[in-house]
Design a protein around this ligand. Structure first.
Ligand code: C2G
Length: 452
């Protein structure tokens, strides 16, 4: 008996999939079909699969072509399956020519001609209109955002707004975006969502205007400078039925979520301390250094360091204390924020004029988690215990510079696929605005030389 195996996501099952399975079956006597899990698809960069694993398996089953259906959930599984199941032929569509030649060591490899002009991506695009995004601001992050958005299907970035004509015209030309600099409303008319990457102090106003006009908003951190402002924006978004996401990219990175869930699983006992540090020595001319009102280390990096603290210890701290080293113009070069929770402590350290070890340490009653720099992308972390020889190492998959995960989550929410904001909850985002609010009051006091 000749055994054939093939693998796929089989999202929005279509004719191309059916043809592939039919020809795969005809190659032998017994067809095994491996259907990928959501986890594995995310790992390999397929970020917006619509059907659940059960539905996709069911659709393959309904063809009546598969003699056996298995689940593919990790890289390296194909040679395992082939050897374990005594497979004679591995087959896949011609979009993969060459990729699986390494399997020739174990069995015959056949690439079948792909059915033209049909794909899950096209079906997804028909099911959901492409989200047209406009960017507000021409800062350093925008080119990165544009590059990463290309990896997320269902989204097109086509316009840019900046009130300064002299900035937006060359920027629009360089990145092939329609430039707008006069009427913000005119810009909004061209898009159904915006990405706000303008200076910090303008976030709230732009977000409010866009949400009021029924546009979805992905806003760079910090979303707002007070609890009142943040709550107002979230309420308005709910009322208008639009998505509002604060763009703290760490929250959406797959490894970060895995690390948070592991910490919550009890593997290190009860979490008693979270220490997070992010620093980058910044040249004097840059906005973070030069803007005496809204520059500084905490406003630049604090959202990253507060994130694991609030995720693991909750948003209700008993006490918070700030301490900063200020430059002559008043920006904080280095800030330490100490939190007291009922059963735990936490520390956020951010620097633009002081360099420290950029690490995250989550201490528990039975061990600790250590994530080295760049922990905010979470490419790897370790779980350590009292016994120094026992170390569990984790290396989650991470693609690009992280922004694609945030963009994919935003688009999924707009399409109504992911309804719950578990990566970054509204409560966490509002609590961060609360720390920003207290920090600004504290810095004002410090600048004026008043006692706390
Ligand atoms: N396919 C096809 N014609 C199309 C579309 C898809 O022949 N118009 C084939 C693909 O080449 C693949 C199978 O149908 O062999 C499933 O396609 P997908 O669901 O897109 O899965 P894919 O990402 O190709 O997964 O481990 C997974 C495998 O590597 C392939």
């Amino acid at each position: 008996m000749k055994k054939v195996i093939t693998y796929g996501t089989f999202d929005l099952f279509h004719e191309g999939h059916y043809n592939l399975l039919k020809r795969a079956k005809a190659l032998g006597d017994y067809l095994i079909v491996g259907v990928t899990t959501e986890y594995y698809d995310r790992q390999r960069g397929k970020l917006n699969v619509l059907n659940s694993l059960l539905d996709r398996v069911e659709n393959v089953r309904k063809t009546g072509l598969a003699d056996e259906i298995i689940v593919e959930d990790h890289e390296g599984q194909k040679p395992e399956d082939i050897q374990k199941m005594g497979v004679d032929i591995f087959t896949v569509g011609s979009d993969w020519v060459g990729t699986f030649d390494y399997l020739k060591e174990f069995c015959q490899v056949v690439y079948l001609e792909r059915t033209p002009e049909i794909s899950s991506s096209v079906l997804r695009a028909n099911k959901f209109p492409i989200v047209q995004v406009g960017v507000v601001g021409c800062g350093r992050i925008v080119p990165r955002f544009l590059a990463e958005a290309k990896f997320v299907s269902g989204v097109n970035v086509g316009a840019v707004y900046n009130p300064h004509r002299e900035n937006v015209l060359p920027f629009g030309k360089k990145y092939k975006l329609e430039p707008y600099y006069e009427e913000f409303d005119e810009f909004l008319k061209q898009v159904n969502a915006i990405y706000i990457a303008s200076p910090h102090e303008t976030h709230y106003d732009y977000a409010k205007m866009a949400i009021s006009r029924g546009r979805h908003v992905l806003c760079e951190k910090p979303l707002a400078f007070s609890v009142g402002q943040a709550e107002e924006l979230y309420h308005l978004a709910k009322e208008k039925g639009v998505v509002l996401t604060e763009g703290i990219k760490t929250a959406f990175c797959p490894g970060f979520m895995q690390m948070m869930n592991l910490a919550r699983s009890g593997i290190i006992g009860e979490v008693r301390d979270v220490e997070a540090c992010f620093s980058r020595i910044t040249p004097p001319g840059l906005r973070e250094m030069a803007d005496d009102q809204y520059g500084g280390a905490f406003l630049e990096f604090g959202s990253y360091t507060l994130l694991p603290i609030f995720k693991l210890l909750g948003c209700h701290y008993e006490n918070v204390e700030f301490d900063s080293i200020l430059a002559e113009n008043g920006v904080d070069l280095y800030s330490k924020i100490h939190f007291r929770f009922k059963h735990a402590l936490a520390m956020s350290k951010t620097g633009i004029g002081v360099k420290s070890e950029g690490q995250l340490v989550i201490a528990g009653t039975g061990g600790y988690i250590l994530a080295e720099s760049p922990w905010w992308l979470t490419k790897s972390f370790e779980v350590r215990y009292e016994d120094p020889t026992k170390i569990d190492k984790y290396s989650p998959k991470f693609l690009g510079d992280g922004l694609r995960y945030e963009i994919a989550d935003f688009v999924s929410k707009i399409n109504g696929i992911e309804r719950i904001s578990y990566c970054l909850t509204q409560e966490e985002s509002v609590a961060m605005a609360g720390v920003v609010e207290k920090f600004m009051e504290e810095r004002k006091r410090q600048k004026e030389g008043q006692p706390a």
